[in-house]
Design a protein around this ligand. Structure first.
Ligand code: ZN
Length: 104
């Protein structure tokens, strides 16, 4: 499924971005905070600290958003982590001064 065919909620606005949608009958439940109840839980994940978000978009590719963030650092001073080469936008606000770009 590419980003353009993702079923978003009726509240789709702007770029058509989505974090979790389980409240609307969707399957995305752990895109923000991950507690030990999550199958994706990891003690070292920024998600487990409540500092990370996995966002999908309907009208743009995650790579376009990553490039925009990296090319406009002044607009996103608190984004300090970006995961590369994934179809969603993982960003986090880890405790560091320089942005960390990484592959999982
Ligand atoms: Zn993530």
């Amino acid at each position: 499924m590419n980003a353009h065919s993702l079923p978003l909620t009726p509240f789709e606005i702007g770029l058509g971005w989505l974090l979790n949608n389980y409240k609307f009958g969707g399957t995305r439940l752990w895109s923000g905070l991950r507690t030990p109840d999550s199958p994706y839980y990891s003690e070292t994940s920024q998600h487990s600290l409540g500092k990370a978000f996995d966002v999908v978009f309907k009208y743009v590719q995650a790579e376009e958003v990553r490039e925009f963030i990296l090319n406009n650092r002044d607009l996103f001073p608190y984004v300090t982590g970006l995961e590369l080469d994934v179809s969603w936008l993982h960003f986090d606000v880890r405790n560091t001064n320089a942005i960390k770009v990484f592959n999982a």
